[in-house]
Design a protein around this ligand. Structure first.
Ligand SMILES: [Zn+2]
Length: 391
């Protein structure tokens, strides 16, 4: 399984339809969230979250006939259905301790909603008909038909004919995207030129690989960040809206907020692009990939390190390497966090003190000299097996 995500090319009418759908989803989700939490105060009612949510759904469906809720009928019913599915998910994840208490959806955090096909069967010879129920065929090209909505243009074409079940439309700053899952395997199995390699995730450099290659964050993120800081300072006195106090956001504030969110999105895009390319590149080259199990919590306590850690997205790199395992046929191995990879000499095994500011490993025992991060990566490759576990 892999996901496709494409930017939509919308005109004003289409964009406002998307905003409407997202607003509908937000309304339904928040309505359900509020009723569910307040229903807990009736102690004589004993029912699971799911049962309660189903009951709330019936209440809201009934309300749709009232004139003030007629507007809901303009939007696809699957937006409505999927808002309740999301709500159930959010509560079951919270009950299991996998995430925090579900928050109300807010417009500021971006828009999103899901649509899917509710009927239609595509019988295929030799296949059970049921397996093909509800799938939407997506033609190759620059157009996509979203079930319950219409056909929209795409900024980048889809290269092959495929099919999917559910489509999620989302907005980041003023751009709209559609994403959907495909079942097919896109990438054929890869023969890796390197059997085993390790990555040292650094502070100065994004990552150093044991074969000597290294990856860096482009300078443009730094420039964009400086610009962001300047923009926020310039706009510090603008009238920000506050619904509770009845203050309307000034026109200039809305303009600059859009600009700020665009810049945030741009920084995030550059980062994500660099990291995706890096993890894909590594996954194609190396079969057994070793990384250090970083004690991020301990590092964040060190203030200087904190920004570098969050900037270089240690978790994101590990997450991507993990999910790319089945796609590229790799094995991700985690080396124990107490293994002194940066303090050990990769040649003779001598252990010496290495403050963070020292960028070159200069062995006191055998006088071997090597780049700090490359030395650490080499040590990770040679780490004793009992300190290594599969991710
Ligand atoms: Zn040495």
């Amino acid at each position: 399984m892999f996901a496709l995500k494409r930017e939509l090319k919308l005109n004003k009418v289409e964009a406002s339809l998307m905003r409407g759908c997202a607003g509908f989803k937000r309304f339904v989700y928040n309505f359900g969230l509020e009723l569910l939490t307040s229903s807990w105060s009736f102690e004589d009612v004993k029912a699971s979250d799911n049962k309660r949510i189903d009951a709330i759904k019936q209440v809201l469906t009934g309300m749709m006939d009232e004139p003030e809720y007629q507007w809901m009928r303009k939007y696809p019913s699957t937006v409505y259905q999927s808002a309740f599915i999301d709500l159930k998910d959010a509560f079951s994840r919270w009950r299991k301790g996998l995430s925090g208490f579900p928050n109300k959806k807010s417009k500021k955090k971006g828009d999103s909603f899901t649509v899917y096909r509710t009927s239609g069967i595509y019988p295929v010879k030799g296949q059970p008909a049921k397996a093909f129920t509800n799938r939407v065929v997506i033609e190759a090209g620059r157009r996509i038909k979203l079930p319950g909505l219409a056909t929209f243009r795409l900024k980048e074409k889809i290269n092959f004919m495929c099919s999917s079940q559910t489509f999620t439309v989302s907005r980041t700053a003023d751009k709209w995207f559609v994403s959907f899952m495909l079942d097919a395997e896109k990438v054929p199995p890869v023969v890796h030129p390197i059997e085993i390699g390790a990555i040292d995730l650094g502070v100065k450099c994004l990552a150093t690989v044991s074969d000597g290659t290294s990856y860096e964050m482009p300078i443009s993120t730094k420039l964009a960040k400086t610009k962001l800081g300047r923009m926020q300072w310039h706009n510090r006195n603008q009238v920000k809206g506050n619904r509770k106090l009845g203050i309307r956001q000034s026109n200039n504030a809305s303009k600059s907020l859009l600009e700020v969110s665009r810049l945030h999105a741009r920084i995030a895009n550059i980062r994500s692009d660099v990291i995706h390319k890096m993890t894909t590149d590594i996954s194609k080259r190396i079969y057994r990939i070793r990384i250090e199990d970083l004690n991020v919590r301990g590092m964040v306590a060190n203030h200087k390190l904190a920004e570098a850690v969050s900037n270089n997205c240690f978790y994101e790199i590990r997450r991507q390497l993990t999910y790319k395992q089945p796609i590229y046929g790799t094995k991700l191995e985690i080396v124990d966090r107490w293994y002194p990879s940066s303090k050990t000499c990769a040649k003779c095994g001598h252990i010496q003190h290495m403050p963070l500011s020292v960028r070159v490993f200069d062995c006191e025992a055998c006088y071997w000299v090597e780049d700090r991060d490359l030395n650490a990566a080499t040590n990770l490759v040679n780490a004793p097996e009992h300190l290594v576990r599969l991710a």
